[in-house]
Design a protein around this ligand. Structure first.
Ligand code: 4QG
Length: 200
């Protein structure tokens, strides 16, 4: 029997009551890395619907971060520029349990991927496309900020494009509710790309 301290520690996620994803979602290929886990394409075994699944291991080491991300997904993703949240599951594993966050698939990938593929063929984003991406990203941020949440890792990797071309800001792995511990949030997390604005 593996020791699972998280079932006692969590105030927000009832780990003991989480369902297994096994008869609902099956993983397909890996499609990227988030802050606290790998992301896979997945298919609903009953409906055939596709989704993105963020698989998290070593749950007890990042329990507070997982809870914060879960609350943001549960409460704030009712916005067109944030990914839909389809559910949270516990996958029993021989050695270590996995937590699965099932999210909307953005099948056109990230803005970083898009820019890289354009560069390869000698092209770049035109101003209209940049305006579209920035505008919808800002709408997502406005929604988060109105709800006292800061994302803290805005970058091309975390700005995704759906099949329809809608922009979705993703990965709340280092996001924080401001009402939790004001004064601790000047800590440096995420990717220090944004530091360029401060330094130059
Ligand atoms: C998500 C789809 C790359 C990731 C979170 C949804 C993290 C994707 C994705 O990632 N769709 C990424 C396709 C997602 C590609 C949603 C690709 C939420 N390169 O083809 Cl937190």
């Amino acid at each position: 029997m593996v020791y699972k301290p998280y079932s006692q520690y969590s105030q927000i996620i009832k780990f003991d009551e989480l369902q297994s994803p096994d008869n609902q979602w099956e993983l397909l290929e890996s499609i990227g890395e988030g802050t606290y886990g790998e992301v896979f394409k997945a298919r609903n075994v009953q409906t055939g619907q596709y989704a993105a699944v963020k698989v998290m291991e070593s749950i007890n080491e990042v329990i507070e971060e997982i809870e914060e991300e879960y609350m943001i997904l549960r409460d704030l993703t009712n916005h067109p520029n944030l990914p839909k949240f389809f559910g949270i599951f516990m996958k029993k594993h021989n050695e270590e349990d996995q937590l699965w966050l099932v999210l909307e698939l953005c099948s056109n990938g990230s803005v970083t991927d898009l820019v890289k593929s354009l560069i390869k063929i000698g092209l770049k984003l035109d101003e209209t496309m940049i305006a579209h991406i920035i505008r919808q990203s800002l709408l997502a941020l406005e929604h988060l900020h109105k709800n006292h949440v800061m994302h803290r890792d805005v970058k091309g990797h975390n700005i995704l494009i759906t099949e329809q071309g809608t922009i979705k800001l993703v990965d709340f792995g280092v996001s924080a509710h401001l009402k939790n511990s004001v004064g601790r949030r000047n800590t440096s997390v995420g990717t220090p790309f944004w530091m360029a604005y401060v330094l130059f």
